[in-house]
Every structure is written in structure tokens, then in C-alpha cells.
Design a binder for this molecule. Structure first.
Ligand SMILES: Nc1ncnc2c1ncn2[C@@H]1O[C@H](COP(=O)(O)OP(=O)(O)OP(=O)(O)O)[C@@H](O)[C@H]1O
Length: 219
């Protein structure tokens, strides 16, 4: 994966080749600037690889048009962004219901309420993002990412902005929801305690990937 102009491209990821199994938990780790977010964006098809391809089950993501990609993402992925990306003009409930609303599901509000309850925000459903703490906003973002039970959950530094206690709570929640839905969970993190809760560690450095099976899984 390269960024930038043709005459001076910046090669961020170089010849990566890996598989993930359904139900896997993967932590993407590595120094700042090593391409962790880039890799997550590629998996989310928010960026396209300069060379090579990414398949999710039998679907090659780069073969899809932007509209098809948006539909594919909506149906199959839940993305938790580092800076939440909540919509300020929508309540917590409307934010959490968004993926289902967009997909035209009739019971979107009820499912979003149930999900907000599960993330401990039953009493905050009518609050707007600016009326919520960082941890609460992150939990709304998780509820929104998981409300449609995606096959693939992608989370970029999901605990990065949170204090230790809230961070642990948010991480517990991600793993719990992952276990219940048998989805594949991919987390970008600097936090090795969080990374070690994953079955596999993807170490990125100087554009290369080293995959390590986690023998000391600490859930
Ligand atoms: N849109 C872009 N255009 C040009 N260069 C980019 C772009 N996005 C990222 N980069 C560069 O690619 C490299 C990898 O960035 P990336 O954000 O993937 O790293 P990271 O490992 O997630 O870093 P951090 O841990 O600091 O968040 C960096 O050198 C960055 O400057």
C-alpha cells in the first residue's frame, strides 16, 4: 500500500499476505506510523490497496463499485473509529440505530435500544453526543458498530481515549459481543494488555507483517 504522488510514493505496507478465520480475534500492533490504521482502513475498504487484493469470504473488495462497497460494508462490517464519528445532531439512540435505519430494517429503534442497554446506556438514549462523556460516546459508537451483528468488527484504538477503568469496560464489552456473535474482531491498539486478549497478534514494522499466535491468552 502506497500513499502519495507517483514520483515520491510512500510505501506504508509492503507485500502483506495473511488470512483470518471466522471467530478470530486479531490485534494489530506496532510503532507509531507503522501502518496499523492503514491496514484497518484497507480491511474496511475505506482505502484501496495500490497492489494486491483483499477478500472477505468469496468477495474481492476492490472489485466492488463505491455504492456496492457501501452496501457490503453496511451488511458485513462494524467499524469503531478512534474518534467515535458520532453524528452530533442525532441522539444516542438515533446514532445507534443508524446502520439498521439505512438498511431499512423495521425494528431499528428497538434493536438499538437493546444494544444501548447492553452497553450500559439505558438511561442515556435521548442524550446527544455532546452531552455524553468520552467513555459513553465510545459505548454508543460500539453499539452502533455492532447493532446489525456484523461478521467483521474493526476497532481503531477503541480504548485510546479512555481512562483505564472505562477502557477495560469498553474492551470487555467488545470481547463479550464478539463471543456472542461469533464475529471476527480486529483491534488496532498500542495497549499490550488489550492486544494480549486477542488470539493473534499482527506486528507491523517497516512495512512488514509478522503474525504471532498468542500462547498466553489473557481474557
Ligand atoms: N492519507 C494519507 N496520505 C499520505 N500519507 C498517509 C496517509 N495516511 C497515513 N499516511 C502515512 O502512512 C504511514 C502510516 O500511517 P498510519 O496512520 O497507518 O500508522 P499507525 O501505525 O496507525 O500510526 P499511529 O500508531 O501513530 O496511529 C504514516 O507515515 C503516515 O504519515
Amino acid at each position: 500500500m502506497e500513499y502519495g504522488q507517483e514520483e515520491a510514493p510512500l510505501r506504508v505496507l509492503d507485500n502483506l499476505n495473511f488470512n483470518m478465520e471466522r471467530g478470530d480475534t486479531v490485534a494489530i500492533v506496532g510503532p507509531s506510523g507503522s501502518g496499523k490504521t492503514t491496514l484497518l482502513q484497507l480491511l474496511a475498504a475505506l482505502e484501496q490497496p495500490t497492489q494486491g487484493k483483499i477478500n472477505l469470504d468469496s468477495q474481492t473488495l476492490s472489485a466492488l463499485s463505491p455504492d456496492e462497497l457501501a452496501d457490503f460494508r453496511r451488511d458485513n462490517m462494524g467499524i469503531v473509529f478512534q474518534s467515535f464519528h458520532l453524528i452530533d445532531s442525532l441522539s444516542a439512540l438515533a446514532n445507534a440505530a443508524l446502520p439498521l435505519d439505512i438498511a431499512g430494517k423495521p425494528n431499528a429503534t428497538q434493536l438499538a435500544k437493546t444494544m444501548l442497554d447492553r452497553v450500559g446506556l439505558k438511561d442515556r438514549v435521548q442524550h446527544y453526543p455532546q452531552q455524553l462523556s468520552g467513555g459513553e460516546q465510545q459505548r454508543v459508537a460500539i453499539a452502533r458498530a455492532l447493532v446489525h451483528q456484523p461478521r467483521l468488527i474493526l476497532a481503531d484504538e477503541p480504548t485510546g481515549n479512555l481512562d483505564e477503568k472505562t477502557g477495560k469496560r469498553v474492551a470487555d464489552l467488545l470481547f463479550e459481543l464478539h463471543a456472542q456473535s461469533q464475529s471476527t474482531l480486529v483491534i488496532v491498539t498500542h495497549d499490550m494488555r488489550l492486544a494480549k486478549r486477542c488470539k493473534r497478534l499482527f506486528w507491523l514494522e517497516s512495512g512488514k507483517l509478522r503474525v504471532e499466535e498468542n500462547s498466553e491468552l489473557s481474557v
